[in-house]
Write a new protein. Structure first.
Length: 317
């Protein structure tokens, strides 16, 4: 019996999420080109977000008449941050609601950065929930030559289908997004850095913004980035005032080349690590605010419990 029964397999109108680990460019083109070619011929909107060598191998492997039917995207921009990547996929699908979309992308798997690796893996998992029943086929390709095996291990857990030498097949190690989220929820966030600055939340949002701006300057955060930090904190504090206890703290510090900010809500009602990855239609006004927040920062973590809720946002310096 396979990992997913026939009844569980995606119908044609549902999201199809497939993982591929390749060891040579020839292996990549052998697996990716048939999908790209058939998608163009069937009238799909086709997008490719690959690094230089992979992009060129697929581009030159396509028959010239079909190349005009493919949009070649800048990989670093498309995979700028998990929240922005998901938003880009939503925009792409919404722009052509009656047309299927096929994407061949090369996600980021930074093995040297545990936080970033965890958050990009989480996005790969969340896509199965956030894009469910959307008309999109997503093939995520990973280069085994430049990515450590420890980072590639997650491909089997986050993709319902994987491509092997025998072709596509259900992944026996696939884990549903809610299971991944529940595991994260059980792991508390590490404490803020020793040099952290903390202020109390008040109903005067203007005063909170001014104090956060002052702390950002104290931490030597560049002006343009400081504006984003202030905007994100303003959104999160407004959530605490409107939907939470109305009491809490904002904590700001620098760590590992990032400026990091915790917004603590004493109420503790926000507990889902996947918050902000679901569409606003599912989570309402608060969910929409967290959806926007994920797009404005590089990474966002959510934890909650009896001691309150914490939303931690990270910005690359």
């Amino acid at each position: 019996m396979t990992a997913r029964s026939e009844a569980e397999r995606p119908r044609p109108e549902e999201f199809v999420h497939t993982g591929l680990v390749f060891r040579t460019l020839r292996e990549l083109t052998a697996r990716a080109l048939p999908l790209v070619e058939s998608s163009v011929r069937e009238g799909d909107r086709v997008l490719l977000a690959l690094d230089g060598a992979a992009r060129e191998a697929v581009r030159t492997g396509l028959p010239p008449p079909l190349r005009h039917g493919v949009e070649f995207l800048d990989r670093s921009s498309f995979y700028g941050s998990p929240g922005r990547t998901l938003a880009a996929l939503h925009r792409t699908v919404n722009a052509s609601p009656r047309r299927r979309t096929t994407v061949v992308g090369q996600p980021v798997l930074p093995a040297e950065d545990p936080l970033a690796l965890r958050e990009w893996r989480l996005l790969d998992s969340v896509l199965n929930l956030a894009l469910a029943r959307r008309r999109i086929r997503l093939l995520c390709v990973h280069d085994a030559r430049s990515t450590p095996a420890s980072a590639l291990e997650g491909v089997w857990c986050t993709h319902p289908t994987v491509v092997t030498g025998r072709g596509p097949r259900p992944s026996p190690r696939y884990r549903p997004p809610d299971e991944v989220g529940a595991e994260l929820a059980a792991r508390p966030l590490p404490p803020p850095g020793e040099s952290a600055h903390r202020i109390g939340i008040s109903a005067d949002l203007g005063a909170v913004r001014a104090e956060v701006a002052r702390l950002a300057a104290l931490l030597e955060v560049p002006d343009a980035l400081a504006e984003d930090v202030v905007a994100v904190v303003n959104e999160l504090v407004a959530n605490v005032l409107e939907h939470g206890a109305g009491r809490g703290t904002v904590t700001l510090w620098r760590q590992d080349g990032r400026v990091v900010c915790d917004v603590h809500d004493e109420a503790g009602r926000l507990t889902d690590p996947l918050s902000g990855y679901r569409t606003s239609g599912v989570l309402g006004i608060r969910g929409h605010g967290l959806w926007i927040t994920r797009q404005m920062c590089d990474f966002m973590e959510v934890r909650g419990g009896p001691g309150g809720s914490v939303v931690r946002v990270h910005f690359r310096l």
